[in-house]
Design a protein around this ligand. Structure first.
Ligand SMILES: Cc1cc2nc3c(=O)[nH]c(=O)nc-3n(C[C@H](O)[C@H](O)[C@H](O)COP(=O)(O)OP(=O)(O)OC[C@H]3O[C@@H](n4cnc5c(N)ncnc54)[C@H](O)[C@@H]3O)c2cc1C
Length: 469
């Protein structure tokens, strides 16, 4: 789409909207337009007609009302990290929540109330001032809102559950412009749907979490080995996680050595395999738990050690800045049998781009202890999740990287449960969304969608279609 293709709206009504907002309205003709419309994934270059940079709930209601009356498609943006680029829309209205960044910690009750524009960097900063935390994402620029609504996996999940498991209340602006309070006591079914059901039911304007004592110092980091030892490491890892304590959350990363100062220069550009993770407990226990992985001999680098929790939360940030073209193909795994390990090793050897990585993430622990029907999160009993993150620095080679990711996913099929994690889905169609939830959860989500968004105003997401549409 070019700027010329953007629908022409009556200037009078646009000006009226502009006057009605406490925040700002950005049009295609504004000098700030290109900066403001950019989202994290450089693969998506969308040109909205309007971007309402909301200062509060009143702006959200007003912008939504305008979009509906002008029949503009609505994209909701918080941290802007949607892999399929759902937080922007060609020719439509972006309801941009990123200016709404308020965070209030209640150290006595161990809770935090956060507005939807906050990132994990901001939330961890505030909660760690009191030695508290809630499970957050692996990259600190990710938005709290989008991550939570899809579930939320991170370094504390085996000890303290998914991010959504720690949500205790949320406020939502529904498609008809009402502000609805949700919790176990208020609108409990909607509260259930928000914990895993994504942005399907409205615009979340406030989230309240339960916090846990964490750190401020933890033991975390990564140990890197040569890529040719990936098969050996994955076999050790398989046995090691079978008895890993809940304090330990880790993943195996099959990658190409980035030109990072913490990795020896002679390895830059060569295949590596790493275990990355953290231990949410005393350092001496962590040392004992991590020993089998660190004693395999001759690592390329062993960076495990005591560090502030906030450092762990931003450890891999430099590798995940905005603007690169990215694609994810991911699924839950039944386990790591020898055949699956051989497939991962073979695919690692044929990777098409140095920016592409494969993550095998260990789940279980507190994630698996929550009842399947307690939240809308799709699959809790799978022990592992594989995320094939295809990426290129520019558009060059991106199609090859995507094709390689799809081929890799296909080759791993015998080990996959068939389910999906909505936050790691690309734009893969209704069948994959249904697979992410399973039949019973999907039925409940459709019933909620019928009640709160029967016209499917909120369709730029892993969409649960209302039954009438
Ligand atoms: C670099 C990177 C690292 C990641 N790491 C992790 C990780 O460690 N763990 C994990 O679980 N996921 C991770 N993800 C996936 C991430 O959780 C999803 O992409 C998530 O949707 C991003 O949320 P956001 O607010 O940043 O994105 P946005 O693009 O702003 O939002 C994504 C979608 O969420 C919905 N949404 C967002 N805010 C609201 C709201 N307030 N009300 C209603 N709907 C809303 C909308 O449908 C929107 O399209 C990562 C993604 C990236 C790009």
């Amino acid at each position: 789409m070019t700027t010329q293709d953007i629908p022409i709206l009556a200037e009078g009504s646009v000006s009226e909207l502009e006057q009605a907002l406490r925040g700002t309205l950005v049009r295609a003709s504004d000098p700030a337009y290109d900066d403001v419309r950019a989202i994290w994934n450089g693969a998506h270059d969308r040109r909205p007609a309007l971007i309402a940079r909301c200062a509060g709930v009143a702006d959200v209601i007003r912008a939504l009302e305008f979009a509906r009356s002008e029949e503009l498609r609505v994209a909701v943006r918080a941290g802007g990290h949607s892999i399929p680029g759902y937080s922007s829309v060609d020719g439509g209205m972006v309801i941009d929540l990123s200016p709404m960044q308020g965070i209030q910690v209640d150290p006595r009750r161990r809770t935090v109330r956060v507005q939807p524009g906050a990132t994990w960097a901001a939330l961890d900063h505030e909660t760690q001032a009191f030695g508290l935390a809630v499970t957050g994402g692996l990259v600190s620029s990710t938005g709290v809102a989008g991550l939570t609504l899809g579930g939320g996996i991170g370094w504390l999940m085996r000890k303290h559950g998914l991010t959504c498991d720690n949500l205790i209340a949320a406020d939502v602006v529904t498609a008809d412009g009402r502000l609805v309070r949700t919790s176990q006591a208020d609108n409990a079914e909607l509260f259930w749907g928000l914990r895993g059901g994504g942005g399907n039911f409205g615009i979340v304007t406030s989230l309240e979490f339960r916090l846990h004592p964490v750190g401020p110092m933890i033991t975390g980091g990564a140990v890197f080995y040569p890529g040719e030892r990936a098969g050996e490491l994955l076999r050790v890892y398989r046995d090691w996680i079978a008895t890993a304590p809940d304090e330990l959350t880790t993943l195996v990363n099959l990658l190409t050595c980035p030109p990072a100062p913490f990795l020896p220069e002679e390895w830059h550009g060569r295949p590596l395999v790493a275990v990355v993770g953290m231990y949410a407990g005393p350092h001496d226990e962590a040392e004992r738990a991590l020993r089998p992985l660190r004693e395999l001999g001759a690592p390329v680098a062993d960076l495990f050690g005591p560090m502030p929790y906030v450092a762990m939360q931003s450890l891999i940030d430099p590798l995940w800045g905005p603007g690169a073209s990215s694609y994810m193909k991911a699924g839950f795994m039944r386990g790591l049998d020898d055949e699956t390990i051989d497939t991962l090793v073979a695919q690692h050897a044929s990777v098409t781009s140095p920016k592409t990585e494969m993550h095998v993430q260990h789940l279980g622990g507190a994630v698996a202890r929550v009842a399947a029907d307690a939240t809308a999160f799709g699959e809790r009993d799978a022990p592992l999740l594989v995320n094939i993150v295809a990426g290129t620095h520019t558009a060059d080679g991106f199609d090859d990287a995507v094709a390689w990711a799809q081929e890799t996913y296909g080759a791993l099929t015998p080990a996959l449960t068939g389910g999906a994690y909505v936050n790691f889905l690309s734009s893969e169609g209704e069948e994959r969304v249904r697979a992410a939830y399973g039949a019973e959860t999907y039925r409940r989500l459709v019933a909620l969608k019928d009640e709160y968004d029967p016209d499917n105003v909120f369709r730029l997401n892993q969409n649960v279609r209302p039954s009438g549409r």
